[in-house]
Design a protein around this ligand. Structure first.
Ligand code: GLP
Length: 244
């Protein structure tokens, strides 16, 4: 794992946005895996600004988001809506190239299978952006005795639901108990992975992910098995690493 440290989260977001735009310019048909959450919001802001300033063409790019709540929309914001506001409405992505899990599908298992097929049809993910939960989750792969390899229906920990109340009017009881998420192997199959972590509350998970054992009790630790992972951290999130 390569670790890149930045003094400020804004500098991290700017560097990654510049990198992604360079990739799009070199590879117009880039397949990008995207993450939601508060951490990538600065990244999406930078992508909006740089796209406008440089006239970046996203028309051939495909995006695939990691996860989605089951049933959201009626009770709070879907991750799909979040992405629309943060990025999709501001770049010239082709609607047909925006790939999302549908948390309101009648058959959730079939929806997960469809997503795996979509990823395969696109030839896999070139670069997957990830955040990390305070409990070490990636996507909605929660800690457990075993991890789901493929896209699946996930049961969310109470702590995870509590951290997602910002999309549900601050009410934890409104945050769905279930979500759809790419699985661990789905994520690890991406050719490159960039994980972002900012803030002191992520420091413990970041330290465990990089310096601890590979264990399903800290799902992000499986990224140690991947040959091309870059962890981009600010000073606070790097605060517990032994080599600072
Ligand atoms: C959420 C998402 C993850 C995200 C993580 C951290 O529950 N499912 O994809 O990376 O938790 O979120 P945040 O960036 O808001 O701390």
């Amino acid at each position: 794992m390569r670790v890149q440290r930045f003094e400020q989260a804004a500098a991290l977001a700017s560097a990654l946005a510049a990198d992604l735009i360079g990739r799009i310019q070199r590879t117009p048909r880039l397949v990008i895996g995207l993450a939601t959450g508060r951490t990538p919001m600065l990244l999406y802001r930078e992508l909006r600004l740089k796209t406008a300033a440089q006239g970046v063409d996203w028309s051939l790019v495909h995006t695939l988001n990691l996860d989605e709540f089951v049933g959201a929309g009626a009770v709070g914001q879907r991750y799909r809506d979040f992405m629309q506001e943060e990025l999709f409405a501001h770049v010239n992505l082709d609607e047909r190239h925006i790939h999302f899990l549908d948390g309101r599908a009648a058959d959730l298992g079939a929806e997960c299978d469809r997503y795996e097929r979509t990823i395969a049809e696109l030839g896999g993910i070139d670069v997957q952006i990830l955040g990390i939960g305070v409990n070490g989750h990636i996507g909605f792969n929660e800690p457990g005795i075993a991890l789901h390899p493929r896209t699946h229906v996930a049961r969310l920990e109470l702590s995870t639901r509590a951290r997602n109340t910002w999309l549900f009017d601050g009410a934890v009881e409104r945050v769905p108990e279930l979500a759809l998420s790419m699985g661990i192997e789905t994520i690890v199959d991406a050719r490159e992975i960039v994980l972002l972590a900012t803030g002191a509350e992520k420091a413990e998970a970041v330290q465990g992910m990089i310096e601890g054992p590979v264990t399903p009790t800290l799902p992000a630790s499986v990224l140690q098995r991947h040959k091309s992972v870059t962890v981009m951290v600010d000073g606070d999130a790097a605060g517990r690493l032994s080599r600072r």
